[in-house]
Write a protein that binds this ligand. Sequence first.
Ligand code: ZN
Ligand code: FE
Length: 305
Amino acid sequence: MTNLFSIAYKPLKNRNIKAICTLFLTSSRAATGFINKSQPPMSTAKYAKFDVAQFSCLDDNYGYLIHDPVTGDTAAVDTPDAKTYQSELDKRGWKLTHILNTHHHWDHTGGNLELKRGGALVYGATADADRLPGLDVALAPNDKMKFGNSEGHIIDVGGHTNGHIAFYFPENDCVFVGDALFSLGCGKMFEGTPSQFWGSLKRLRALPDETTIYCAHEYTTGNAKFAMSVEPGNPDLVSRNEEILAKRSRGEPTVPSLMKEEKATNPFLRGDVSEEIRKNVGATDSDSFDVVFGKIRRAKDTFRG
Ligand code: ZN
Ligand code: FE
């Protein structure tokens, strides 16, 4: 059988550390909310590419730095650990200009105050303005923000927390999703409702297949066990599971992934397409897909693989 993911993973090998894309920007609406500082003006720029540095933080978080080599702008995506971020910055000679917070949890914002001492601005959700340390620029869903010569689109991905946002860079074909979506999983529903979370995941699922998904944790092995328990008859999942096990046994990250593979294998994106999953989580024909999602989430919460 042709393995869908051997194709999907090829570009990732090169893109894991360095995501390079070109884009042409048009003007766009800048972020609407300003806490106490102004966002730099939107550029009318022409060409942008940024690099993505991915590294481990804390126990199982991934840290990300993105760097525009033309303007020198450098963003931390979340700040699990200031020390690790600072040493990754120093190693590359990059100076932090932006901190992009996906949500308020400490393992995403704990390093904000220390890292912003050098002058970086903290960007995060308006809805979480009172619980994002050092927030400078408040962003609402569908806002756009400037990073170097790129443009980040703010997607509401509430559910894990209410104010959770994702930063999507369309011309760079990538999205930073925090704890909303994981490789083969999604975040625990700490604050939101099933219909809110399912709506968020559908917004992410609507992104192009070739979108690279940078999530915040290496949870994939556990996620894969659960996925295999609810959809063992999905051949794409079976082969992805094998690849994941092989990667982890070599100590390699399973993050990032591509939207194409998540759509084909992530049970939390498949409640409306897989009869097998619905059956295995006890959903009935009369359940709405919001309810189906809630049942999948609950099944995972109580899963003992
Ligand atoms: Zn979280
Ligand atoms: Fe987290």
